[in-house]
Design a protein around this ligand. Structure first.
Ligand code: 3PG
Length: 306
């Protein structure tokens, strides 16, 4: 039994040590492919493994074709838009994620970005505070709930939009439910995006929503760059000199946007939300355990494909 950890953006070493232990204690062999720069390296490494652990690494039909023995792919993290689920199902490969394991790390980054933007990138000028400001959380999943928990400490007025979450779950967390995306953007000075990238959500946040934000609005995107309509973002930033945008990770037109809007925008160089030792350990160990459980008992609690 062989398990490949393929991470273009590696886990912290301490997480890999723990994953190795889980895999080897189950009598399996660990194959490690880190910081690879071309797809061929992944195609070669996956050729004879039974299980694959990835992060944002792309797993498409070609990778699944190359993995002749592959039975399970675990995305150590939440979003699995990097995996071709239909192709995995066609190859009889079980795809899983590790929900919640890195959500605190992402939520903490939201506030790291928020404070930095409110303090004008720490450039010495007078900024603003988060206390008593309105915060709109777009999607009340694991990350959204952690954002709400931390926002309570900042004494923000919190609301959230999530058609899949009952109002009482939000209310119990001290969050006011809102029921339209227009209301969320119109009423909140800070909006934090936590929706997945799906055919429905891609490009769904554009000019109308962004330009409707209150004066001094700050949009924070620690979800996926694809959910933003970049044309609309640029138009809104151009028209509204008071708006700011911070994202993990950079938009397609990052250079141009940075040049045009300077310190009103900020982008991490690589997706950093889940890039902490703690999140790597949580998500990495969960992924290792899930791969082993699937390969030894067929357990697939977090299966995301059909
Ligand atoms: C996730 O979906 O879990 C986060 O975006 C983290 O992605 P990463 O593992 O590539 O950092």
């Amino acid at each position: 039994m062989k398990v490949l950890i393929a991470t273009e953006k590696p886990f912290a070493a301490v997480a890999v040590d723990g994953m190795r232990k889980v895999i080897e204690e189950a009598g399996a062999e660990l194959v490690l492919l880190e910081k690879y720069t071309d797809k061929q390296a992944l195609l070669d490494a996956v050729a004879d493994v039974d299980g694959l652990i990835i992060r944002s690494d792309k797993v498409d039909g070609e990778v699944l074709d190359a993995g002749k023995n592959l039975k399970v792919v675990v995305r150590a993290g939440a979003g699995y838009d990097n995996v071709d689920l239909a192709a995995a199902t066609a190859h009889d490969v079980c795809v899983q994620n590790t929900p919640g394991q890195n959500s605190n790390a992402v939520a903490e980054l939201v506030f790291g970005l928020a404070v930095m933007m409110c303090r004008n990138m720490y450039n010495g000028t007078s900024g603003t505070e988060l206390k008593d400001k309105t915060l709109g959380i777009q999607a009340f999943g694991q990350v959204g709930r952690n954002v709400a928990r931390i926002a309570r400490g900042f004494e923000m007025n919190i609301s959230a939009l999530d058609p899949y979450c009952p109002d009482n779950v939000m209310e119990d967390a001290g969050v006011s439910p809102v029921h339209s995306v227009e209301q969320l953007y119109r009423e909140n000075k800070v909006v934090s995006i936590h929706i997945p990238a799906t055919p429905e959500t891609k490009g769904s946040i554009g000019y109308d929503l962004i330009a409707s934000m209150p004066k001094g609005g700050l949009l924070i995107n620690t979800a996926r760059k694809e959910v933003i309509d970049e044309e609309g973002l640029i138009k809104a930033l151009e028209e509204r000199q008071d708006l700011k945008y911070a994202a993990d990770v950079a938009p397609e037109r990052a250079m141009e946007i940075k040049e045009r809007f300077g310190d009103r925008v900020f982008f991490t160089p690589k997706k950093m939300g889940a890039q902490t030792s703690e999140a790597n350990i949580n998500a990495g160990l969960a992924a290792a355990r899930q791969v082993i459980a699937f390969l030894t008992t067929g357990e697939a609690r977090f299966k995301v494909n059909k």
